[in-house]
Design a protein around this ligand. Structure first.
Ligand SMILES: [Zn+2]
Length: 345
């Protein structure tokens, strides 16, 4: 979840083909985030669970987190993971609890473990965040969480508010309707809502991807406190990886990410992005020269340390504009970058 390549979630353990140890959590690290307008440390932990039920029955086109999971994980293993992860906490004001699936799915996160996690980190941090699929959200679960935590946020991977994009590009069966309903449950209980939207799921041109991210953000502005744009990265074992290897998918340009953030910043929620593997071939990237600058600017923008992307320039912006222009008439989401290279554009 860090901005720059080597320390991203793939660089930790996600997506590797090895037999996962059910007693060890996937990863934990500290990153910066905002709390009441101030930049503070945030403790991030990924627990190894039996995984997302949807990933086992089809799964989203870009998600390889199923490789972090283990069907052998018992409740005792989970409690062991919690004990070791809890020892790593150093009083960071925010704790983000990830489990490569849904925190509110009782088959994946058993009630006793769920309560223990909330008690542990709710007692150590001022704010706790969990991720879940919308249909698992229930009033009593949010109320329970708020009984352990000062501030509680639920993050939902809506990915897109466009039904056709969800059906054909993402392969996710839940959409805006379920999202709005789940968000209102969280808000009614006094929690806050973070909405994840993808930038460039497969089969969209670069321009279509930018437009879909912006229009999706407009549709969720009223039910979100934060909108986080996730540029699609190439995770192992996914449909996206297959397309990428065939030259039929290029992760979005970082210019596309700044364009989306610039257009969405007028909305009421905080808008942010934390591109995984930024600057690497598998992550959102530009030309190689300007990637680090852009990744830093996106991180600073997300922490409200800068208001816009003025003053950042690079020769590759023209290639990005060419891509936006050329992919449309070709009716294809190609790796224009590689094509232009070959043509010595
Ligand atoms: Zn550049």
């Amino acid at each position: 979840m860090c901005s720059v390549g080597v320390s991203d979630s793939m660089g930790h353990e996600r997506g590797r083909h090895h037999k996962p140890d059910p007693r060890s959590f996937v990863s934990a690290w500290t990153e910066k985030d905002l709390l009441d307008g101030n930049v503070v440390d945030s403790f991030v932990v990924i627990f190894r669970t039996t995984g997302c039920y949807w990933a086992r029955s089809g799964g989203c086109s870009m998600c390889g987190y199923v490789f972090d999971t283990s069907l052998d994980v018992s409740e005792d293993d989970l409690m062991h993971q919690l004990n070791t992860a809890g020892e790593k906490h150093q009083g960071q004001p925010i704790t983000k609890i990830f489990n490569s699936g849904s925190f509110f799915d009782e088959h994946e996160v058993p009630p006793q473990f769920r309560k223990a996690v909330l008690k542990e980190f709710g007692g150590k941090s001022r704010k706790v965040l969990v991720e879940t699929l919308a249909p698992f959200t229930k009033k009593e679960l949010v109320e329970e969480a708020l009984s352990f935590c000062d501030k509680f946020e639920v993050a939902f991977g809506l990915e897109s508010a466009t039904p056709a994009v969800l059906m054909y590009s993402v392969n996710k069966p839940f959409g805006l309707e379920q999202h709005v309903k789940a968000a209102s449950i969280v808000h009614d209980c006094g929690g806050s809502v973070k909405t994840y939207l993808l930038v460039k799921p497969p089969f969209l041109t670069e321009r279509e991807a930018v437009e879909d991210a912006v229009t999706s953000a407009e549709k969720v502005a009223d039910c979100s406190d934060t909108i986080s744009f996730n540029p699609v990265n190439v995770q192992r074992g996914t449909l996206v990886e297959r397309l990428w290897r065939r030259g039929q998918f290029r992760p979005p340009w970082l210019w596309s990410v700044t364009e989306v953030l610039t257009r969405a910043r007028r909305l009421k929620p905080r808008v942010m992005s934390d591109p995984t593997a930024a600057g690497l071939p598998r992550g959102a990237h530009n030309c190689g020269e300007c990637d680090a600058t852009l990744a830093t600017a996106i991180r600073d923008f997300s922490l409200r340390l800068r208001q816009d992307f003025g003053g950042i320039d690079c020769e590759c912006v023209q290639r990005w504009l060419d891509t936006l222009e050329l992919e449309g008439p070709l009716q294809a989401s190609l790796n224009m970058d590689a094509l232009l290279d070959r043509m010595k554009w």
